[in-house]
Ligand binder design. Structure first.
Ligand code: CMC
Length: 441
């Protein structure tokens, strides 16, 4: 039987090393024994962007990017999107199993208990400028929650971890809705705990003078499905941020704020906003070839296309595309869908995209739905953050349970060797220009 090991020969010394293989990985730490002398710190792996490095062991989400598969705790995303609710999926992600009826009732109750925020949180949000980006408000306010719940620093206490998890999942929609209403100059709406998780969120966003807000069931379900699809996605940029920050034993509010900050960038959670900008800019199908030309010329990227892991159709994009038609039954057709469909058709036949295995990702159609539902573009990443909170807290708790060490990667140093200090009045300008070339400032 072949051994599950890798044999490495160091051609500098002629020495041979046998490294164990576990789940298709070798331990980077095992490379450290490959050294020239006892004083040498040994070999390390160089992997900028962590593109081929497993940074943890996890049991939460499974992705097979070649086949276009996504599962949460073993359950296919398609089944969860069709048959489950977001709160049920959040339970699954956080606790590892789908809940029984009794446990689900308790979980729902526990989440609803925490939907209200402290009055000072409201005043905190009011302090933002009228045109503040809601993602900035969310990141700042979630970070500020740690000052309201000092018990959150007891990260080794399971009861504390549980209560902060419930608070985070409960309060994110409340804060998000406040951020939205702040930008509109509207008073905040108190949570309505008679409604579902997403129904209550819609109420806190869109309720006006009516005594009771009744969400459209199709839109409520569509948002719930979108939340399910965004709940976790294993070790992406924001989840890695959560685990790295959590590894210093920071409190969970700081962890989620850091993760949300990572999510806010256009390469991650901000992409669906850019997709809508791009589709609006194209405007009509006859202008698509021009855009494709620009993309192929390297002048811009086709937003909502491509993925570090999926080299096949993103399974979430397929579900979202279907949801779009259900939403349009209620809201009317968002005209940019025609541009999107034609863009997808052309791109999937084009050699450039085929060669690079670029397919629509989760963001290609989600923005079109959100826009049809009346969300301003700036709210898109905020919606992503609400859904991903269950994933972030589950990944954070798993990291703590695995007793992971503080994250501390290495670097490949390419800078100056030791040099002598030159007094200020003896330095010339030439060196200053050089710093710009090196990317320093
Ligand atoms: N449009 C045009 N070309 C692309 C695109 C795109 N969207 N994405 C990748 N490529 C090309 C890229 O230019 C490169 O070509 P070449 O080999 O000739 O240099 C090749 O494909 C590989 O690209 P990469 O940058 O090495 O791929 P990556 O894995 O580092 O990037 C990505 C992944 C998602 C950042 C990238 O595909 C991208 O920028 N997409 C657009 C933004 C987007 O839709 N982001 C949402 C991702 S899904 C939501 C989430 O999980 O956050």
């Amino acid at each position: 039987m072949p051994r599950e090991t890798l044999t490495v020969i160091d051609n500098r010394t002629g020495r041979e090393y046998e490294l164990p293989i576990d789940h298709k990985t070798i331990r980077a730490q095992d490379l450290a024994q490959i050294r020239l002398s006892p004083e040498d710190s040994g070999l390390a792996s160089f992997d900028p962007a962590l593109a081929n490095t497993a940074t943890c062991q996890s049991r939460i989400a499974y992705i097979d990017g070649e086949k276009g598969i996504l599962r949460y705790r073993g359950y296919p995303i398609e089944e969860l999107a069709e048959r489950s609710s977001y709160l049920e999926v959040a339970y699954l992600i956080v606790k590892g199993e789908l809940p029984s009826t009794t446990h689900f009732a308790m979980w729902r109750h526990n989440i609803k208990m925490h939907t209200i925020v402290h009055e000072n949180v409201k005043r905190f949000v009011e302090g933002f400028r009228y045109d503040a980006h809601p993602m900035g408000i969310l990141v700042g306010t979630v970070g500020a929650l740690s000052t309201f719940y000092p018990d959150a620093k007891d990260i080794h206490d399971i009861e504390s971890r549980r209560v902060q998890t419930r608070r985070l999942i409960s309060k994110l929609p409340t804060i998000a809705a406040m951020a939205y209403r702040h930008s509109r100059g509207l008073s905040y709406v108190l949570p309505d705990n008679d409604l579902s998780y997403t129904g209550n969120f819609l109420s806190m966003l869109f309720k006006m003078t009516e005594l009771k807000y009744r969400p459209d069931p199709i839109l409520e379900r569509a948002l719930d499905v979108l939340f399910i699809l965004h709940a976790d996605h294993e070790q992406n940029c924001s989840t890695t941020a959560a685990r790295v920050v959590g590894s210093s034993h920071a409190d969970p509010y700081s962890v989620v704020a850091a993760a949300a900050a990572a999510l806010s960038g256009p390469r991650h959670g901000g992409a669906n906003e850019d997709v809508v900008h791009m589709l609006r800019e194209i405007g009509s199908v006859d202008r698509i070839p021009d855009l494709i030309k620009q993309v192929k010329g390297g002048d811009r990227r086709l937003m909502g296309f491509g993925h570090r892991v999926y080299k096949n159709y993103d399974p979430r994009a397929r579900i979202i595309k279907q949801v779009a038609y259900e939403v349009f039954e209620v809201t009317g057709r968002n005209p940019i869908i025609d541009v999107a469909l034609e863009l997808e058709r052309i791109a999937l036949q084009d050699e450039y995209f085929v060669e690079r295995r670029l397919y629509p990702n989760v963001d290609f159609y989600s923005g079109i739905i959100y826009e049809a539902m009346g969300f301003p573009l700036a709210m898109f990443p905020v919606l992503f953050a609400i859904a991903r909170t269950s994933g972030w807290v589950a990944q954070w708790a798993e990291m703590l349970a695995n007793d992971e060490r503080i994250a501390r990667p290495k670097q490949m140093y390419l800078g100056e060797e030791e040099r002598s200090y030159v007094p200020l009045d003896q330095r010339d300008d030439a060196g200053q220009l050089e710093t710009e070339i090196r990317g320093a400032y």
